[in-house]
Design a protein around this ligand. Structure first.
Ligand SMILES: Cc1cc2nc3c(=O)[nH]c(=O)nc-3n(C[C@H](O)[C@H](O)[C@H](O)COP(=O)(O)OP(=O)(O)OC[C@H]3O[C@@H](n4cnc5c(N)ncnc54)[C@H](O)[C@@H]3O)c2cc1C
Ligand code: SF4
Ligand code: SF4
Length: 428
């Protein structure tokens, strides 16, 4: 029985790995970051059911970690692939964690004494972490890591407080990066997406105005495990907003940036407006949209509920610009498509639905594997075998295939796993 390589440990990669392992196939799950989980780990709730994102994802991550047929390699990247379908040889660079992940109990004693403070990437920079840290409470593996660039230095050791604090003696600054060679029959690519940086759209004032945030920043702010403990606040005065404006298609459906629709933003903005009302009963949300794309199961009903039960106002328009007035409030200038008149509305908080774009690793992996990309930079797939890439034995699923929500990513992952299993077992 051949083995399968899954690259990327977001929900798509996790689902593909679990499906393959349950078929009796040995899986190597290679994740670039310090934990599996991907973007879904950063979400508060998920549309259209408003289920807690972590409550769904976390058991799958734990199942992956415990599965006897799944080997997880974090802080790891595929460097080279040789051979052909049925017999690929893969070189994986595994970066040093400087903490023995099998011995670390995630007690946190090391971080408590670490003097270095850095922006916390998982919390979208809205809070801080130490140079030795765990990315989030439910991380898999449940182990701290030392960021060598952030640390005060190890040649010679300039600080070493974490080493002294660790009773388990599992911190080792001599740990080295290693190259691991794997032999697999087929490959599943699930490296996900990045979100568009809205700084380029100066008219929205992102980073110029503190109360203009992105959808992912909103997800962290409203989440109980987020930087404000789940209290939805404006960043300027830490007060709860009374009015929120959601700007759709930021970077999407644009001739200048991404021509494609990011497919999930109408729904995640609707979810965020619903959650805002659940947290702040008198909040008024406005969603400024191009078209409402609600093609999934139960999606249109979800939007109707947002309108009816949560008082969300949908305004068809493109916001021309956002300006801050003296007290940190934000004036939205827009043309209402229904009346063709220029209008203004003042809100306390602006949330930008930034597009889902292919990260740089998609092109890099396409180069390593000799794959074609589509016109938008995602992996090209076969329309009649939608998880097949342009190379036999290499499959793809989730957001590196094109923007997708969680149910779509999971369905594609199961499809890709089934195809990869056929090739790994020689049943093609
Ligand atoms: C603000 C916002 C809110 C959302 N809300 C919802 C919602 O409520 N419901 C819903 O259905 N969907 C929602 N989505 C969409 C959801 O996040 C995606 O559908 C989902 O994350 C896709 O999973 P994925 O595994 O394809 O990618 P990702 O979650 O991006 O995971 C990819 C993984 O691959 C890893 N990786 C990247 N490059 C490499 C490499 N070279 N080697 C190894 N590993 C690599 C990454 O570190 C990451 O762990 C939302 C998205 C956003 C931006
Ligand atoms: S002190 Fe040691 S065991 Fe505790 S979290 Fe830090 S590295 Fe892990
Ligand atoms: S040695 Fe580095 S990681 Fe450890 S406590 Fe000091 S600064 Fe932090």
């Amino acid at each position: 029985m051949g083995e399968v390589l899954v690259i990327g440990g977001g929900i798509a990669g996790v689902q593909a790995a679990l499906d393959l392992a349950e078929m009796g196939i040995r899986v190597h799950l290679v994740e670039k970051g310090p934990s599996i989980g991907g973007r879904m780990a950063q979400l508060d709730k998920t549309f259209p059911t408003n289920d807690c994102s972590t409550c769904i994802l976390s058991p799958k991550m734990v199942d992956c970690a415990r599965h006897p047929r799944i080997a997880i390699y974090t802080l790891s990247e595929v460097q080279a692939v040789a051979g052909e379908v049925g017999d690929f040889t893969v070189q994986v660079l595994k970066r040093a964690r400087y903490v023995d992940e099998t011995a670390c109990t995630a007690c946190g004693d090391c971080a408590q004494v670490c003097p270095v403070v850095r922006p916390d990437e998982f919390q979208m920079g809205l809070s801080t972490r130490r140079a030795i840290y765990i990315p989030f409470a439910q991380a898999v593996p449940q182990a701290y890591l030392r960021n060598r660039e952030d640390c005060l230095g190890d040649e010679p050791i300039a600080c070493g407080r974490c080493i002294e604090a660790c009773r388990k003696q599992c911190i080792d600054f001599d740990m080295q990066d290693e190259v691991i060679e794997l032999s697999v029959g087929s490959i599943v690519l699930a490296v996900g997406m990045e979100t568009f940086d809205p700084v380029a759209l100066t008219e929205y004032g992102y980073t110029r105005y503190e109360n203009v945030i992105t959808g992912l920043e909103f997800e962290r702010l409203i989440c109980a495990s987020g930087p404000s403990g789940g209290r939805l606040i404006r960043l300027t005065d830490r007060q709860e907003p009374r009015t929120i404006g959601f700007v759709q298609c930021v970077g999407s459906r644009s001739l200048k940036y991404q021509r494609f629709c990011s497919s999930v933003c109408c729904m995640h903005a609707t979810k965020e407006a619903i959650l805002a009302r659940e947290h702040i009963p008198d909040v008024q949300s406005y969603i400024f949209y191009t078209d409402l794309r609600a093609s999934g199961k139960g999606f249109q009903e979800y939007i109707e509920r947002a309108r009816r039960e949560y008082g969300v106002k949908y305004i068809r328009s493109r916001v021309a610009r956002i300006e801050e007035d003296g007290d940190g409030r934000l004036v939205f200038h827009y043309e209402d498509a229904a009346t063709s008149r220029p209008q203004q509305v003042k809100v306390d908080l602006a949330v930008l639905a930034t597009s889902l774009i292919p990260g740089p690793d998609v092109a890099a992996l396409a180069e390593v594997l000799g794959l074609e990309l589509d016109e938008y930079g995602f992996f090209r797939t076969n329309p009649f075998s939608p998880t097949d890439t342009t190379r036999e034995g290499v499959f793809t699923c989730g957001c590196c295939r094109g923007p997708a929500d969680i149910p779509q990513s999971v369905a594609q992952a199961s499809g890709a796993a089934a195809r990869a299993a056929q090739y790994a077992t020689g049943n093609t």
